[in-house]
Design a protein around this ligand. Structure first.
Ligand SMILES: [Zn+2]
Length: 193
């Protein structure tokens, strides 16, 4: 049976579950297998390993090593609405973004969004789904990053307090002031108040 590059990469990782493997090591094996069955060399294997990471199939340590965790992959399979539910959400929302009202009639691409994100325990139910246009869906994803940013500065603040770095403490306080001024992520308590 002839296998694709992705198929061969996953075959390698399934045979080495829960182990950190260098992309180059996988590449050597895949190149050999691919050549034996296809009679030619495959396209860049490293790029394809990284692609599988971005698809949620492999875990990366951001240092050229990848790991296959069977439980992680299984979780990933349930990470989105079924196609039937997606269509039901679109139908319910009239095939248009619930925020701006633009949709397929205006030639705008729409997505089914999790109101409460999956990463925060939101479910794949119709009630937790809403139709968003690409712009608003992207914006929502970006917005969740302000939250990560605030937590990031909270860590810096705590470290600065420990070594009594007054300049960095003042800097962090100013950052928290900006969050407050624009009413962003108020549910996360700033550490200095
Ligand atoms: Zn919109």
């Amino acid at each position: 049976m002839e296998m694709t590059i992705h198929g061969l990469i996953m075959k390698f990782f399934r045979n080495h579950p829960n182990q950190w493997v260098k992309a180059a090591t996988v590449g050597d094996w895949v190149r050999e297998q691919y050549f034996n069955t296809h009679g030619k060399h495959p396209a860049n294997v490293g790029v394809n390993v990284n692609m599988l990471h971005h698809k949620g199939k492999l875990i990366s340590n951001n240092n050229g090593y990848y790991k296959y965790d069977p439980d992680f992959e299984r979780e990933g399979e349930f990470n989105d609405f079924s196609e039937a539910d997606r269509q039901a959400i679109f139908r319910r929302d009239g095939y248009k973004c619930v925020l701006c009202g633009l949709g397929e009639q205006q030639g705008v691409k729409i997505d089914a969004d999790h109101i409460k994100p999956r990463s925060k325990g939101g479910s794949n139910t119709l009630e937790n789904g809403q139709t968003l246009c690409r712009k608003h869906n992207t914006r929502k994803k970006d917005y969740s990053q302000t939250e990560a940013g605030k937590r990031f500065f909270m860590n810096i603040y705590k470290a600065a307090v420990e070594i009594d770095d007054t300049e960095m403490i003042a800097f962090c306080k100013s950052v928290f002031d900006v969050y407050e001024k624009y009413n962003v992520d108020r549910h996360i308590r700033r550490p200095d108040h």
